[in-house]
Design a protein around this ligand. Structure first.
Ligand code: NAP
Length: 277
């Protein structure tokens, strides 16, 4: 697995697994945990979750998947903005740790910017880090202006990643957010890398996939993974999907594939507000 350095000096895998929509239906939890475990077997140890997903249910699925295998995994979780106050964030983290059945979260993110002053949230993150309850912290859904402000706030220089919506059909961040992150050597974590499945029927993706003996999802992931500084976290419950996604690491796109993708999914020509789910 290729890895990227983060500003604090530790590194992160470029491909992981998402968990949004997991932990919502009790009858599906076993299948969801099995999918995450299969991913782990295939080297996808980075697992992205949040207190929001299934209102804690997804974190419990992660705990079930990691039973006896915590040290093979790298857990990313996120705090709601309304829980991001100095004391509240520490309490929210304790609740996540209990649901995850672990003593540490590897990367803890502010899910999106809310009303709590950033320096207060970062002070809460720093206290959690000092106590060994989180290893690194970062942000999610931060546009360039938010990043600049965050980075200049007390505790902001330690931000390890920014997690944002990024895929072939959502390229706005290439204008300003991605260059800023690269300049800081801060990995950008691409969420909804498959546009939740919505772009996989696109004729160009299908044509390249068929030429390369791959699937449209693998082409979409390979396009992200070929870029410097980008981490992708596709979510998959179907075992076939988990296997395909793990194998996307081996797919190399050629310059003619990249040109065809640029023609079909145009890069941005001006700054646009950050897209979010
Ligand atoms: P996604 O990963 O783009 O797409 C997930 C969908 O694609 C599921 O329906 C999945 O089906 C399907 N799929 C997965 N692999 C496939 C393959 N190889 N071929 C065909 N279909 C495939 O969407 P996402 O869940 O929105 O994003 C990924 C993760 O990013 C989330 O789970 C979450 O952890 C994170 N996220 C973060 C934020 C944020 O605000 N920070 C927002 C959204 C998402 P099956 O499940 O049936 O296999």
């Amino acid at each position: 697995m290729r890895r990227l350095s983060m500003p604090g000096g530790r590194s992160i895998a470029v491909l992981g697994q998402g968990t949004w929509n997991m932990g919502e239906d009790p009858t599906e939890q076993q299948r969801e945990a099995n999918a995450l475990r299969l991913g782990l077997d295939l080297g996808l140890g980075l697992i992205d979750t949040a207190e929001m997903y299934g209102e804690g249910g997804a974190e419990q699925v992660v705990a079930a998947a990691l039973a006896g295998r915590r040290d093979e995994a790298y857990i990313v979780s996120k705090v709601y903005p309304h829980n991001a106050g100095l004391r509240a964030v520490q309490q929210a983290c304790e609740r996540s740790l209990r649901r995850l059945n672990t003593d540490r979260i590897d990367l803890y993110l502010l899910h999106w910017r809310g009303d709590v002053p950033l320096a207060e949230t970062f002070a809460g993150f720093a206290a959690l880090k000092a106590a060994g309850k989180i290893v690194d912290y970062g942000v999610s859904n931060f546009d360039r202006d938010d990043l600049v402000e965050a980075h200049a706030s007390a505790g902001g220089a330690a931000l390890a990643v920014n997690q944002v919506l990024y895929n072939l059909a959502r390229r706005g961040i290439e204008w300003d957010v991605l260059p800023w992150c690269r300049q800081q050597r801060m990995p950008l974590m691409a969420y909804s890398p498959l546009e939740q499945g919505g772009m996989l029927g696109h004729a160009t993706l299908r044509a390249i996939a068929s030429l390369r003996g791959a699937t449209p999802a693998q082409v979409a992931l390979a396009w992200l993974l070929r870029q410097d500084g980008v981490v992708a976290i596709p979510k998959a419950v179907e075992a076939r999907h988990v296997r395909e996604n793990a194998a996307a690491l081996q797919l190399q796109l050629g310059s003619e594939d990249l040109a065809a993708l640029d023609a079909a999914f145009a890069p941005p020509r001006r700054a646009t507000p950050l897209a979010m789910r």
